[in-house]
Structure formats: structure tokens, C-alpha cells
Design a protein around this ligand. Structure first.
Ligand SMILES: Cc1cc2nc3c(=O)[nH]c(=O)nc-3n(C[C@H](O)[C@H](O)[C@H](O)COP(=O)(O)OP(=O)(O)OC[C@H]3O[C@@H](n4cnc5c(N)ncnc54)[C@H](O)[C@@H]3O)c2cc1C
Length: 473
């Protein structure tokens, strides 16, 4: 093992389990979810308590070592991956996974940042409460990562993004000071909402070690439906109808094109085509409630209205929890189907909901004009205007050319997005991957403010450097 004053001092503070230095031990921390990108850390620190995070950060500062906070490394923009030069220390929060407290009357829960989202949801459910953030990576992503990326998922239209679900935070600042902002107040207007600065900061302002989460009453009934829809215009009209007709109980409204159903069928052979015949678009929707309401009647009324207006052509209504899970499986399996297609362009853009059909037309035209043999796979969370407008490169294209080709198509897509005042990142953040496109769209005032915030929190530039904003030299 290499002798190194910094690492030896760190090993002394964190103990044997707390610091990994051997290449084979570090292997599982250095690749992203898709396996597209690899990094090389100096070592992996695994503090087991807030005090150990404080010690780690202080030592890093003393030795001028850059830190990369890491959660479940399910992020898709390279924010939690170390740089390839081998000079950054990964600070993994995985051992800080305790639920500190649950208050079902205040509807709050205090957790350590390394808690896996799925286990937070389960613990809330045990107290008849719900932590409503729901996303494909919930079995591996951590609350700290969800906070740092301001994650949103399937239920944003009803419950909001992480920004709306966090009341207080505990953060180790880049100079090693501990900020205890673990407020459990639902109303609190004392000056600046400092905790909000860390939501979506992607680990560039400090390491989140704990959080007070806002819970909701646990929905004890839900109804799920998969609907065949004739056009994108009809999907948007149906969404408007559903928001109004379902008494604000709509908790998911997912857009799925026919191609994604096919990908799901390929990836999970046990699934069968959900409706009697194929339709160009599908909507996977869910309504849920915690009280004695007749959700079936609500949903049936909506579908009746949708059919009368020719917005819905056919539909499958889940009659049991098992059937509902099966419908949701299409949503999960289609992601796996895409992943199997190898390297492709993944985006997480947003436009105003009403502009979705016009944006689709313009984006399709622009991309197909430049690459007639590529395949567009676009789906999304309609209630948030959030689309995953993904592009598979032509199958005949040599591997070596694909990345550059996709990059050029992304630039075209983002140009169209600008015409619609959209966002190049509605979910995954900026990290390193989206940085050039982000910076190109920042106004001078926005850039000055963003750099001022970074300099205030992290004057030495050691906290996740080069993510969101470029490295300072
Ligand atoms: C299959 C799949 C589906 C997904 N679906 C969605 C979705 O629907 N909605 C959505 O928003 N995202 C989605 N994502 C992206 C990803 O899951 C989220 O961004 C998630 O919040 C990342 O959490 P993580 O713990 O994996 O963070 P990581 O990937 O480990 O880190 C992400 C960023 O947060 C920083 N960070 C991590 N922990 C901390 C901490 N404790 N303190 C400070 N900074 C920290 C890292 O430095 C990095 O910049 C999906 C990803 C996959 C693979």
C-alpha cells in the first residue's frame, strides 16, 4: 500500500472499513449507472457519522485534496464520478444510513443522507405516512443524492420535487464547519431559506449528512390505468381533463410511445401486449387517496369523458395491486430495453406542458433532418412538462463515430428547446456532462451570481470541483 501522509491520517480517523485504497475495493465506486463513464479516485472515504465527515473534510482542506460526495451513484451527468486524473477523494455516504426519527403527527422524518430512498419510503409507510418521491433508481439512490440533484420522479405533479419535500438540512461545509439546519417547521420565514441553496447544488457547496423530510398521509388506495391514445394532442387534452376530473388526486401521468411498449416486451418476455391492438401513444396514469373515496368511479368517469371526446381509444384498468404492478412494469422494463441498445443520447428536458406537441414536431423534424436513420424514443412525465427525448444512433454507424454524432444531435435538440424557452435539465442536473450547454445559456448576471455563491461557500474550490461550474485556475 502506498505511503501517503494524507491517506494515512484519514485511515487513522476513519478506521479500516472507513477508507478504501486498493483498486479492486474501489471498483464499484468508479463507474456510472450506464457504464458509459469511468473515473479514478485517489481513495474512497466511507465515514460512518457526521463527526467523521467533518474530520474528513477538515483533513482534505488541510492537504488541499478535492472531494467528490457520492450517494448511490445513479446520477446520469457524471457529478459523483471522480475525475480520471486520480486526484479526487470520493466521500461515500453509504454507511450513514440511519433513520434518526419519525414524527407521524408533524408528518416529518429525520434521516441520515446515506439512507436509500426505498428504505425511507418503507419506514414512512410503517407509520401510515408516505414519502412520495418515486423514481426508477429508488433501490439504489440515496436521500443525500436526491437532495443534491433536487430529484423528481413519477409523482411530481402532485407532491413536487425534492425542493418541496425537504424542511431542514445538516451539512458539512467545505471548510469543515458543521451547519445544523435540521428544522422540522412547515412554516418558517426567517430570512433566507439557506437549506434551499443545497437542493440541486450537486455536491458543490457542501456534504449533506442529514435531512428533515416532509411526509404525506399514506395513500391506502390507488387506481392505475394504461390507456391507448390517438395523438400527442389528445394526450395533452386528456391530461387537462384528468387534472380537473380527478379532484386533484392524480399522482402520475406518464407518456409512453408505442416503441417503448415494444422495448418493454423485448426486455421482459413475461409481459404481453397490454391492449388488444397497438396505439401510437399510451398514458400510464394513477390516482390515489388516503380516505374513503370511490376512486374507481372517478377513474371510470374520466375514461368515459375521454372516450366521448375521442381522447382515449382503449384502456386497461388494474383491478388489483398485482395488476397495477404489472402495468407499472412496462414503465420500468422499457428503460431496461433502451439500456440494452448500447450508447445513446439520454436527455431530461422540459417545456411548458401546453407546448409539448409543437415541441415534439419541431424537435423530430430537426433531428431527422440531420440523421434520418437514427431512432427517437421520447417519453416523459407529462404533468411536469418533463420529457426524455432520447436518440439511438443509426445501427449501421461505426461505434467510434456514435458519441460525436449524438453530441451534434443533442446540440440541435437544445436549439429547438431554446425556441420553446425550455430547460436542458429538468431532472438530472448539470454535473460535468451538461456543463458546456448550461454555461452557453447562462446570462452574465446569472453566471456572476452562481460563481459568487460557489466562491462564498467554497473559496478553495475543493468541493466537487468542475461540476456545474468550470474549475477555477
Ligand atoms: C434508472 C434511473 C432512473 C432515474 N429516474 C430519475 C427520475 O425519475 N427523476 C430524477 O430526478 N432522477 C432520476 N434518475 C437520476 C438519479 O437517480 C437521481 O439524480 C438521484 O437523485 C441521484 O441520487 P444518488 O444517491 O444516486 O446520487 P449520486 O449519483 O451518487 O450523486 C449525484 C450528485 O449528488 C451529489 N451528492 C450525492 N450525495 C451527496 C451528499 N450527501 N451531499 C452532497 N452532495 C451529494 C454528487 O456529488 C453528485 O453531484 C434516474 C437514474 C436512473 C439510473
Amino acid at each position: 500500500m502506498e505511503r501517503n501522509d494524507f491517506l494515512d491520517a484519514l485511515a487513522e480517523r476513519l478506521g479500516e472499513r472507513g477508507l478504501l485504497r486498493a483498486a479492486d475495493e474501489m471498483a464499484r465506486y468508479v463507474a456510472d449507472w450506464a457504464g458509459d463513464r469511468l473515473g479514478m479516485p485517489r481513495a474512497v472515504a466511507r465515514p460512518a457519522s457526521t463527526e467523521e465527515v467533518v474530520e474528513t473534510v477538515r483533513l482534505c482542506r488541510e492537504h488541499g485534496v478535492a472531494m467528490v460526495p457520492q450517494g448511490g451513484h445513479s446520477g446520469l451527468v457524471g457529478g459523483a464520478l471522480p475525475a480520471a486524473e486520480g486526484n479526487e477523494l470520493i466521500v461515500s455516504l453509504e454507511r450513514m444510513n440511519r433513520i434518526r426519527a419519525i414524527d407521524p403527527i408533524n408528518f416529518t422524518m429525520t434521516v441520515e443522507a446515506g439512507c436509500i430512498l426505498e428504505s425511507v419510503k418503507q419506514s414512512a409507510a410503517e407509520h401510515e405516512c408516505e414519502f412520495p418521491l418515486a423514481l426508477g433508481a429508488q433501490g439504489s439512490c440515496q436521500i443525500g443524492g436526491n437532495i443534491a440533484t433536487n430529484a423528481g420522479g413519477l409523482n411530481v405533479l402532485r407532491y413536487g420535487m425534492m425542493r418541496q419535500l425537504v424542511l431542514g438540512l445538516e451539512v458539512v461545509l467545505p471548510d469543515g464547519r458543521l451547519w445544523n439546519g435540521l428544522n422540522a417547521l412547515h412554516k418558517d420565514n426567517r430570512g433566507y431559506a439557506l437549506h434551499q441553496l443545497f437542493l440541486g447544488s450537486e455536491g458543490t457547496l457542501g456534504i449533506v449528512t442529514g435531512a428533515v423530510l416532509k411526509l404525506s398521509p399514506r395513500a391506502n388506495q390507488a387506481r392505475t390505468a394504461l390507456l391507448g391514445v390517438p395523438s400527442l394532442e389528445a394526450v395533452i387534452a386528456l391530461y387537462g381533463l384528468a387534472r380537473r376530473d380527478c379532484s386533484d388526486l392524480l399522482s402520475a401521468f406518464e407518456l409512453i410511445p408505442r416503441r417503448c411498449i415494444e422495448l418493454a416486451l423485448e426486455a421482459t418476455p413475461s409481459l404481453s401486449d397490454p391492449l388488444d391492438q397497438p396505439y401510437p401513444w399510451y398514458v400510464l396514469m394513477e390516482i390515489s387517496a388516503s380516505g374513503p373515496l370511490d376512486l374507481t368511479a372517478l377513474l371510470e368517469h374520466l375514461l368515459e369523458q375521454g372516450m366521448v371526446r375521442e381522447l382515449v381509444l382503449d384502456g386497461a384498468l388494474a383491478a388489483s395491486e398485482a395488476q397495477s404492478r404489472q402495468l407499472w412494469q412496462f414503465r420500468e422494463s422499457m428503460l431496461e430495453g433502451q439500456r440494452r441498445r448500447g450508447e445513446h443520447l439520454r436527455t431530461d428536458i422540459s417545456v411548458p406542458i401546453s407546448a409539448i406537441p409543437a415541441f415534439f414536431d419541431a424537435a423530430n423534424r430537426s433531428v431527422m433532418e440531420a440523421s434520418p436513420d437514427c431512432e427517437i424514443i421520447a417519453y416523459g412525465h407529462i404533468g411536469d412538462g418533463n420529457l426524455h427525448f432520447n436518440i439511438l444512433p443509426p445501427t449501421t454507424m461505426p461505434e467510434a463515430d456514435k458519441r460525436q454524432h449524438l453530441h451534434a444531435l443533442e446540440a440541435r435538440l437544445f436549439d429547438v428547446l431554446d425556441d420553446f424557452n425550455g430547460s436542458i435539465s429538468a431532472e438530472h442536473g448539470i454535473g460535468r456532462v451538461k456543463q458546456p450547454a448550461y454555461l452557453a445559456r447562462l446570462s452574465p448576471v446569472e453566471r456572476e451570481l452562481a460563481e459568487g455563491i460557489k466562491a462564498l461557500f467554497d473559496p478553495d474550490g475543493l468541493m466537487n470541483p468542475g461540476r456545474i461550474l468550470p474549475l477555477r485556475h
